[in-house]
Design a protein around this ligand. Structure first.
Ligand SMILES: Cc1cc2nc3c(=O)[nH]c(=O)nc-3n(C[C@H](O)[C@H](O)[C@H](O)COP(=O)(O)O)c2cc1C
Length: 168
């Protein structure tokens, strides 16, 4: 495993993927990391729906008019859904789990990208048509996954926006 700061530097949004399935072992690892996410009041309201069916993945591209192009080549996806009525931290809980997924994917050399669904017109309806997510759950995002087919520069530690840090 890369050390944590290198992992953070290397994690970039990858939107183009090779035509190569992701091994179940890697998906299981990524999901284990998601299931260890911290959540408000330890309510763990998230549910994760894994999609590997290529026809379904390609259909997900239509959930947005832009911002969902990664599903043209994605080889897997994880839908992050929560019951928004159960806990007021649901968006934070879902976002933390989604970020664990992004980092775990990078840790396994797999590219990933967040496709936002919540509050995006028509997106949730389309995802719910494709994936068997109960109506009462709210979909925060779908994380697209696949072996990288594009190069992204790693973050340069000398060029981070340090002015955003306010100490004492
Ligand atoms: C809350 C959130 C929503 C995002 N939604 C989308 C999206 O709908 N489509 C997309 O292509 N990327 C999406 N992204 C990825 C961002 O565009 C990306 O993280 C940002 O440009 C920084 O680039 P990096 O991930 O390579 O560091 C989203 C990221 C976050 C955190």
């Amino acid at each position: 495993m890369q050390d944590f700061i290198t992992l953070c530097q290397n994690r970039r949004s990858i939107r183009k993927y090779q035509d190569r399935p992701i091994e179940q072992e890697h998906l299981d690892y990524i999901l284990q990391c998601a299931l260890m996410s911290p959540a408000g009041k330890r309510c763990n309201e998230w549910e994760f729906y894994v999609v590997t069916d290529v026809d379904k993945l390609r259909t997900l591209k239509g959930c947005r008019t832009y911002g969902s192009g990664m599903f043209e080549t994605a080889m897997a996806a994880i839908v992050v859904a929560l019951d928004a009525n159960k806990i007021d931290t649901w968006q934070c809980d879902g976002a933390i789990a989604a970020h664990n997924i992004l980092l775990a994917a990078e840790d396994r050399g797999i590219g990933a990208c967040w496709c936002h669904v919540y509050n995006r017109e028509g997106a949730e309806e389309l995802v719910k048509k494709v994936v068997n997510v109960p109506q009462e759950l709210t979909i925060l995002c779908v994380i697209a996954l696949g072996y990288k087919d594009e190069e992204r520069k790693q973050y340069d530690l000398t060029k981070l926006p340090y002015e955003k840090v306010h100490q004492d």
